[in-house]
Design a protein around this ligand. Structure first.
Ligand code: GSH
Length: 265
């Protein structure tokens, strides 16, 4: 095994043949990366030249789902933090419906994100994030010790179960504009959403850094995206200086920049 992956074989081929990653919609997962051409087998073949390539097999992962989904961005950002190579199919739940039979074979819930790996398929964004951190051996993102890990997962579960359930009516009305803005459901949603974000504000005032303490973990991915959604939803909000400073801290991370974009709620 080299830094590039497992060396598979040598092949000779015309120099004007272009290689593309081997990929298929529902199964993947191998990309052949070619090293510099060797000149040991130069010979003429028509108008092309035969050259020799070293061929390495690189296990790849594939992430399915539109970038406008907060749960998909959670996975994309985590993969970037974990420095994993991946292929992203943005069209699912956008131009390509998740009712597509090929998609339902991957996730019978018909929801994005879905992760396709060389080991199998995974759905549920938090589970995917935990898998990616474990696959990359990134114990800084998800600690090994029982308590430290539970501390991270507590905030991940809070984001997915509690926080996600309060913002939905407000977000659907004020950003997606799928429902009327003035209903009592929307008003209650704004109130509960603000109250939960104030709880997070208190937490960040205490740590002065990230949600579980001084270091960035998986919990900050979902919460950072949730914070961005809250700040970009047009509604009245309380002042939250600790959360604004937290967002700047997150945006300074190179892996985060593409996924907490200034204009995507
Ligand atoms: N609990 C699931 C929720 C996934 C989910 O609700 N995905 C939404 C997008 S955020 C979806 O696929 N909706 C169907 C659609 O947009 O067609 C997870 O965290 O992965």
């Amino acid at each position: 095994m080299s830094a590039l992956g497992e060396k598979r074989s040598f092949v000779s081929c015309p120099a004007n043949v272009c290689f593309a990653p081997i990929a298929d919609t529902t199964r993947l997962l191998t990309v052949f990366r070619f090293t510099a051409q060797k000149s040991s087998t130069w010979s003429h073949w028509g108008r092309s030249v035969l050259v020799e390539f070293s061929c390495y097999e690189i296990p790849m992962i594939k992430i399915l789902g539109r970038t406008t989904s907060i749960n998909v961005r959670k996975v994309l950002w985590t993969a970037a933090e974990a420095e994993l190579d991946f292929v992203h199919e943005n069209e699912w739940a956008a131009d390509r419906p998740t009712s597509d039979i090929a998609f339902l074979a991957l996730n019978p819930n018909g929801l994005v994100p879905v992760l396709v790996t060389d080991e199998g398929v995974i759905w549920e964004s938090n589970t995917i994030c935990r898998y990616l951190a474990a696959r990359a051996g990134r114990h800084d993102l998800l600690p090994v010790s029982a308590f430290a890990r539970a501390d991270v997962e507590k905030w991940m579960d809070w984001q997915a179960a509690d926080l996600n359930s309060v913002w939905r009516p407000a977000f659907m009305a004020l950003v997606r504009r799928r429902t009327p803005a003035g209903s009592s459901d929307v008003m209650r949603s704004i109130e509960e959403w603000n109250a939960m974000m104030l709880l997070l504000e208190q937490r960040l005032m205490t740590t002065g850094a990230f949600v579980t303490g001084n270091t960035f973990t998986l919990a900050d991915v979902g919460l950072g995206l949730s914070l961005q959604r809250w700040l970009l939803t047009p509604m009245a909000r309380p002042d939250t200086p600790a959360l604004l400073a937290y967002r700047e801290r997150l945006q300074a991370r190179p892996a985060a920049r593409a996924w907490i974009a200034p204009d995507i709620p």
